[in-house]
Write a protein that binds this ligand. Structure first.
Ligand code: OGA
Ligand code: NI
Length: 365
């Protein structure tokens, strides 16, 4: 009998049972690795047709690296570089971004230390409760995906209501609070540059509420015994307005550009910036929310810290749609208006993979 959540694919093993026992272990993928497994459990294995269709042709496209030192000098040059990257590939790296190297290093270390805590301590934070501001888990869409990802995550909502530091696990408390402070400043700078790139006044994007909140996701990708059979993160675009990602030196992040997967190589002291679905929606497709994924790796663990600028679990009734100033007869709105609550509910319920959540909000499909 087909199992719910497998897209109607009949399964010859008790998949739901395996998902449940994995979930109930509260130990994540790290727990499986610690138990000494040498073969990938079935719930992580990608369907054969998906594996066969995976296009691994190497490509020579290089992800842009933008030096933000220029903002205090020839700002228009930086705006032009941001515009070019945000309108085409939708993802770029930034250097001289103002977040001290020490803060980057301490954030990665803290994220890693959380995931390497004894199971009894870490397990306290394990939950699928949507309203919790600090939660540890593995595969938010575990029961809805065709295969699980080789990744664990600590998810923290840091605004608009201030998060009380006591709610964060002690090992990563100070580092996450400090990173949050620093990343907010960089977020403001980037929203200013993106506003100008869209031809709006520099305060425009920051003035529309969501920049008041951000969520920080500390991802942990344990070494994988059979990396070619699964993924660290399934193909997806990000739900929020903007994402700033800090990755360690291992690599594995790829972006889909003209139908090919391009590596986003770790660059020392750099941060990766990508446009999210909501910014594509309000810019009426001018800025691109690019699809990306993370491949699994024998080497590891790989640690990354993503910061989503959006409002998670926040009861804002504000309605977002294509920005009026950008519309004209030749550029009619492509998307219908939505609240962040509706968009996020649709996104998280759909889970990673498949069509972008943006399709659901198109006016004409
Ligand atoms: C994400 C994401 C990539 C990474 O958190 O949305 O794409 O390298 N992360 O962990
Ligand atoms: Ni992402």
């Amino acid at each position: 009998m087909p199992v719910a959540g497998t897209g109607g694919v009949s399964t010859s093993y008790n998949r739901l049972q395996q998902l449940k026992s994995f979930d109930e272990s509260k130990a994540g993928v790290k727990g499986l690795v610690d138990s000494g497994i040498t073969k990938l459990p079935q719930i992580f294995i990608r369907p054969p047709e998906e594996l066969a269709a995976d296009n691994q042709t190497p490509s020579h496209f290089t992800i842009p690296v933008i030096d933000l030192k220029g903002v205090s000098g020839d700002r228009s040059k930086v705006v032009a570089a941001v515009r070019e990257a945000a309108e085409t590939v939708g993802l770029f790296q930034v250097v001289n971004h103002g977040v001290p190297l020490k803060v980057l290093e301490e954030t990665l270390t803290a994220a890693r230390e959380f995931h390497e805590l004894p199971q009894e301590v870490k397990g306290e934070y394990y939950t699928r409760d949507k309203m919790k501001k600090v939660k540890y888990g593995s595969n938010f869409d575990l029961y809805r995906t065709r295969y699980a990802n080789w990744r664990d995550t600590l998810f923290c909502v840091l605004g608009p209501d201030p998060l009380h530091p006591q709610e964060l696990p002690l090992v990563c408390r100070d580092a996450i609070m400090e990173y949050s402070r620093q990343i907010k400043v960089l977020g403001s700078l980037l929203f200013g540059l993106l506003s100008e790139a869209l031809g709006l006044n520099p305060e425009y994007l920051e003035s529309i509420d969501y920049a008041k909140g951000h969520s920080i996701l500390c991802h942990y990708y344990p070494p994988c015994p059979q990396p070619e059979l699964t993924l660290g993160t399934t193909k997806h675009s990000d739900p929020g307005f903007l994402t700033i990602l800090l990755q360690d030196h291992i690599g594995g992040l790829q972006v889909l550009w003209q139908n090919q997967w391009i590596n986003v190589p770790p660059v020392h002291a750099a941060l990766v910036v990508n446009i999210g679905d909501m910014l594509q929606l309000i810019s009426n497709d001018k800025l691109k929310s690019v699809e990306h994924r993370v491949v699994a790796n024998h080497r590891g663990p790989r640690v990354s810290v993503a910061c989503f600028f959006t409002l998670d679990n926040y009861p804002s009734q504000r309605i977002y749609g294509p920005i009026k100033e950008l519309l004209s007869q030749d550029n009619p709105p492509l998307y219908r208006d939505t609240s962040l609550q509706d968009f996020n509910a649709y996104y998280y319920n759909k889970g990673l993979g498949g069509n972008s959540a943006l399709y659901h909000f198109l006016l004409q499909r």
